[in-house]
Design a protein around this ligand. Structure first.
Ligand code: HEC
Length: 130
């Protein structure tokens, strides 16, 4: 009787340990998705505009230019600041561009001026070749 009680107690304990391990695994998986999903880490002193730029980039640009700007359907823009001035780059985002590698859509009608400034700055300042 005594040994049975001990046994059932320890199997309950084992179940509790398993439950906690599972919970921990879920939490770790969630954190990994939240942090590792984009592969982009903003600097500690990043201001609101950079956070806004990151958000716009992930929602509107990453599907073509890649999570870290390495390219895909759209061009590699990790080194864009060496090819285009700020104004030239803004013009591509506002008006779009039909070029040798395809169609860059125009965002002048769908993004605010502030969002366009933010995403242009984000791509120039944050996206870097690996
Ligand atoms: C539907 C796919 C698509 C989306 C979405 C997209 N782009 Fe593009 N983008 C392209 C393509 C294709 C080109 C290349 C056009 C060309 O060949 O001239 C391009 C070119 C560019 C260029 C110029 C690259 C160069 O080397 O001159 C910049 C800058 C740029 N995109 C930024 C953005 C930003 C910022 C966003 C989000 C607001 C965005 N793109 C969203 C497809 C896309």
């Amino acid at each position: 009787m005594l040994s049975r009680r001990v046994h059932s107690h320890s199997s309950q304990y084992a179940l509790e340990v398993a439950r906690r391990a599972l919970l921990l695994m879920i939490v770790i998986a969630l954190i990994a998705t939240a942090c590792g999903g984009s592969g982009i880490v903003l600097p500690d002193d990043a201001d609101e505009e950079l956070f806004a730029g990151l958000a716009v980039y992930q929602q509107r640009c990453a599907q073509c230019h890649g999570q870290t700007g390495g390219g895909g359907i759209g061009a590699n823009i990790q080194d864009i600041e060496s090819r285009l001035t700020n104004a030239e780059q803004r013009d591509v985002v506002v008006n779009g561009r039909r070029g040798p590698t395809g169609q860059m859509p125009a965002f002048g009608q769908t993004l605010s001026d502030a969002d366009i400034d933010a995403v242009v700055r984000f791509t120039r300042d944050i996206l870097e070749p690996a």
